[in-house]
Structure formats: C-alpha cells, structure tokens
Design a protein around this ligand. Structure first.
Ligand code: GLC
Ligand code: CA
Length: 599
C-alpha cells in the first residue's frame, strides 16, 4: 500500500457528484430560468477549473490493426477518459500530412489523414465525446505548413505566383544570376542547422523555423489571416471545443533580418548546441510582438462564432514557452482585446528539478502576476522526456509522480497532462540510430535521441502490444518492456496505484469548492524541503496541501491566517498518521498531505 485515501470524504464527494447530476437532470425537466442560467454559466466557465488531457493519436489506440493509433481508437477509449475525470481532449494534429514531423507538417487543414480515419470518424468522435460531456480540442499549426501544402506548391512555382507572398522568401547575400550567394543571415532552425533553404527553381531562400519541410507562413500577409479564420470556422462548425495553438510565439521574425546573437558560456566562449551548431539566442525569431494582434483577431473570431452543436466557451490554449511571468501575462491580452484564455505556464512544469524554492516562487508568480486570469499548469507533453527522466530519481519515481500530480491538480487553475502520465509510463528512447523515427533524433544522435521515447504506445493491459494494437500488428514505435505491470487494467484494479491517485486528485479538484476556485497562498516560506500552500474560497472550508520534496520523512508546522482549526484528511500518502493539528503534519519520503480546515 503506497497511499491511503479518506474513503469517507471521497465517498461523500462522489455522492455529492451523483446528487448534483440528479439536480442537473431535474433542472432540465423543470426548465426554471435561474437554474438554466446557472447551467449556462458553467458552460461559459468550464475551462477555468478544467482537466485537459493530451492525446498523441498515433500512439493512443489502434482500431484497425495497422500499428498506428487512429480516431476510432480514441472513440473506443472515451469511457476510460470519463472514468478518469477528463473535461477535454487535445488531439495533436490529425490532418493530412506527409508525417515528416508526425502531423505538425500539414498539407490540408480541412480534412483527416487517412491513417487516422475520415471526417465521418471525426464527427462520430465529437458526438460520442459530447455525449459524455468531453470536449475535443484541435491542434492549430499557424506558423508553417507542409512543403506539400497547395499554398506552398503554388508559392514555390514562380516569383509572380499569387501565393508567393504567403511564405518567407529572401535573396541570398551576394546572390547573382549564377551564384546563390550566402544564406540571408545566421538564423537557425529549432531542429538544427540554418533556417534558410535554397530553392533552385525560383532562385531564392525560404525560411523554416522547424524542418526544411515546414516552410514558415508570412503573417504580414492579410490573406494568411483570412485563410486561418476560415480553417478555425471549419472546425468550430463541426463542434470542437477549442484549439491548442502550436509554436505560436514563432509567427513573426525581425523584418530587418538582423542576425541572432551568439550565446557565450560563463568564460565568454561560444559553444555548440546538440546539433553541432554554434548556440544562438533566438530573440529575432521568437516572441516578437506581432503575435498579439493576430491572437486578438483569432479570439474575437472564435468568441463570436455561433454553433449549436456544443454550447459554451471555445477555449484557446497557447504553446507558450516564455522566459518569465511578465511575458506570459501578455498572452492573455488586454481586457478589451483578449487573446488566449489559457496560455501554458511552462515556467512551473518545466523546472525539471524538485527544488522547493523555485516551485514556491513560480507558483507565487502565477498567483500574483497574472491578474485575475486562469493559470494553465502542464508538466509533460510529446516534445519532452516524460516525468521519470525530468523529475524522477530512479528509486522513488512513482512517489515523485504523486508529488508532481498533486501540484498539478491542487493548484489554482486548469490542469493539462499527457496520456500515460496517469499510469506512470516511462520514457523509452530508441537504443539504435536505425530505429529512430523523429528526425530530431536523426539530426541530434547520439546527444539528442529525439522525441520517440515519450511517444510510445499507450499501455492498456498485459496482452501482446499492451492492448494498443492487435497482436499481429507491428506498432509504429515499440511497446516499452514494463507494459506487463505498468498498464491501465492492472492499475484500475489496484487501489494504491498511481492511476487511483490521479483519479482521486481529479475528483477532489472537481468537488471541493476551495480546490475548484479558491485563491492560493504559499505557506512556510523558508522551508527548503517541503512545499505547502492553502486554498481558501470565501464561505467554504480551506484546504492545505503539503508535499515533501525529499527522500527523508519530514514534519511541518503551518500557520494559516484566520481562526484556529482542526484538520480533516482528504487524501494522503501512507506511512504517516493523520495529523492532530496544523503544527504537526508528518510526511513520509516524497509524502503528500491534503487536508481540510474545520472550525
Ligand atoms: C511544437 C510541437 C512540436 C512540433 C513543433 C513544430 O513545438 O509541439 O511537436 O515539432 O511545434 O510544429
Ligand atoms: Ca490504425
């Protein structure tokens, strides 16, 4: 037994859930005005305390035995997601694509890649998800298209083609009729080497922040804006609940093409990155201010879009890796011209080290410097090694994953997590270069093995291929060897599993009023080993949370502003008694305590 839950309280929360479901049903029957408007406001605010789940569709569930996950596979697993407590699923790209960057190179924004299914399969998924009150969110890639997209095929066909100005074409330095000259400047691709690619037919270079096969669009061209509004409308009409905007900080580049600055180490020397290129600071190709009016335009468009398929707010989520809280705050936009509802706070989730002081200061930042906006916490995704590598110590990984998930679900705001985190899937990178699928791994090998390791198939059960695909199929990435014990079926049956812990945390987030909406205050601020905070919602009981960041037992003494109180345990890891007071909370190694303050 690795943790215990207070059955009485969680049971009561469940009963409350059932009672409120009954209430919703009665509301529908009675159609009273006030109750209807309460339901309407919950449709408007659904995203503020949302549980969001990222699915990498290639790796979630294969329904037709070709070794590649697909949309019907996702539909088959909706009951699982409901049981887990998910409000919305973000699907990484499922559009037609040459799959150079596994879908992030899109050749048609208004269709489904045949590998993943059809538009009819998509509509079926949305309908089945909506029946379960789960929203489907699409990935919106606006920085670039595939080089096989018809816009780019047109654009590269001649310098006078009407689509020429949809992409970023430039002359080489010192170019002549016979010599292509040098690349326009030193800008680098995030995936290695120069960001400029020579195109012999029209004798110019085009710019690509990512792969050569992902030419950047020209966002100074109003036609590009119009094209994307049409695409967004296409999916809103089909009933999607919103979008995650890919690589959104890279839409604009310095119009004067000034070189990026060369980075230097502490001795003042230049150094090489994982791809063997001189390391640069990408200030001239990342986080330029032009993105703000674009997102204001997209938000205004989504907000006014009317569709009766699925009522409620359409949420815009941003992939926003930013250097500090002030830059993150800007992504919400001014109040009269809002941008994202939920730009990702990667400042917290990608600290990548269990350092109490850093967590305390970043959580305080999110509470104090985002005005009344909603933070979106996220610790994991398809681009980074999983939690075992970034936070684990190899000995207490599961306990550490309980610590991380506690921060994720009991901090204020929306919570986003990545398929497989809930069962403790491990990073499983390729061991031989010839097995690598992600070109990042091919360019970066052996220093950077690419992103295959965090994209392995979902581990459903102990059957061959982990229940991901039929036994005879060869999955597109290998099944990690631990699937016989680390899988959904085994963890659903074990009351002390990581899956059960996730489920209990999500229930608390949804049913406890202080955890659902209360402001957060960090406590015990000098403690270097234990992170503690309180959530206080006016008129409701406060909840305190303590998480031990060390492998040794710890004891904390907290003081919470307000009248004295006793503690009622809501959820805790084992090995420690129920505390008699706030002044004596004991925690086992990487232990967690969540308790309600009773008068
Ligand atoms: C984002 C995606 C990543 C992709 C890149 C280019 O960072 O998350 O997977 O490779 O954008 O589209
Ligand atoms: Ca398939």
């Amino acid at each position: 037994m690795h943790w215990t839950k207070n059955t009485a309280v969680v049971g009561a929360a469940l009963l409350l859930g059932a009672a409120s479901l009954t209430a919703i049903a009665q509301t529908a029957a009675a159609q009273t005005e006030s109750k209807t408007s309460a339901a309407a406001s919950s449709e408007l605010d659904w995203w503020k305390n949302a549980v969001l789940y990222e699915i990498y569709p290639r790796s979630f569930q294969d329904s037709n035995g070709d070794g590649i996950g697909d949309l019907n596979g996702v539909t088959q697993r909706l009951d699982y997601l409901k049981e887990l407590g998910v409000d919305a699923i973000w699907l990484s790209p499922i559009y037609p694509s040459p799959q150079v960057d596994f879908g992030y190179d899109i050749s048609d924004y208004e269709n489904i890649d045949p590998q993943y299914g059809t538009l009819a399969d998509f509509d079926h998924l949305v309908a089945e998800a909506n029946k379960r009150h789960i929203r489907i969110l699409m990935d919106m890639v606006m920085n670039h298209t595939s080089d096989k997209h018809k816009w780019f095929l047109e654009s590269r066909s001649s310098r006078t083609n009407p689509y020429r100005d949809w992409y970023m074409w430039h002359d080489g330095k010192g170019e002549t009729a016979t010599d292509k000259g040098e690349v326009p400047n030193n800008w680098q691709s995030d995936f290695g080497h120069s960001a400029w690619e020579w195109d012999e037919k029209t004798r110019q270079y085009y710019y690509h922040k990512f792969y050569i096969q992902q030419p950047d669009l020209n966002w100074n061209n109003p036609k590009v804006h119009e094209a994307f509004k049409q695409i967004i409308g296409f999916w809103l009409k089909r009933g999607v609940g919103g979008f995650r905007f890919d690589a959104i900080t890279t839409l604009f580049e310095d119009p004067n093409l000034i070189d990026d600055d060369i980075l230097r180490d502490k001795n003042g020397n230049t150094y090489l990155n994982n791809y063997g290129d001189i390391a640069l600071n990408d200030t001239r190709t990342n986080n330029l201010p032009g993105v703000h009016p674009v997102m204001q335009e997209m938000r205004a468009y989504a907000d006014k879009f009317d569709s009766n398929k699925f009522p409620g707010t359409r949420v815009l989520i941003g992939e926003t890796y930013l250097p500090n809280i002030a830059e993150l705050e800007k992504q919400y936009g001014p109040s009269d011209h809002p941008e994202f509802q939920l730009p990702m706070d990667t400042q917290i989730g990608f600290i990548n080290k269990l350092d109490v002081a850093t967590f305390r200061s970043r959580l305080t930042d999110a509470e104090e410097h985002l005005d009344d906006h909603t933070p979106l916490l996220v610790f994991d995704n398809h681009d980074n090694a999983r939690l075992d590598v970034r936070y684990g110590d190899g000995v207490h990984n599961t306990d550490i994953e309980r610590v991380i998930s506690t921060i994720l679900f009991t901090s204020r705001g929306a919570s986003l997590f990545y398929y497989g985190d809930e069962i403790g899937m491990k990073t499983t990178p390729p061991t031989r270069k010839e097995d690598v699928k992600d070109p990042v791994g091919l360019t970066g090998w052996p220093k950077d093995k690419g992103r295959d390791g965090e994209r392995t198939p979902m581990q459903w059960d102990a059957a061959p291929n982990a229940g991901f695909s039929s036994a005879s199929a060869k999955p597109w990435l290998p099944i990690p060897p631990d699937y016989t014990t680390v899988n959904v079926k085994a963890e659903e049956a074990a009351p002390d599993s990581l899956f059960a812990w996730y489920q209990a945390l999500i229930r608390l987030k949804k049913t406890n009023p202080a955890l659902a909406a209360g402001p957060e205050t960090l406590l015990d601020n000098e403690n270097p080993k234990v992170l503690s905070w309180v959530r206080q919602a006016s008129g409701n009981l406060s909840v305190v949370v303590s998480v031990n960041f060390t492998a040794e037992p710890q004891s904390v003494s907290l003081s919470v502003p307000g009248p004295g109180a006793t503690l009622k345990t809501l959820l805790k890891t084992p090995g420690a008694p129920d505390p008699v007071s706030l002044q004596a909370i004991q925690l086992g190694p990487y232990g967690v305590y969540i308790g309600e303050l009773r008068p």
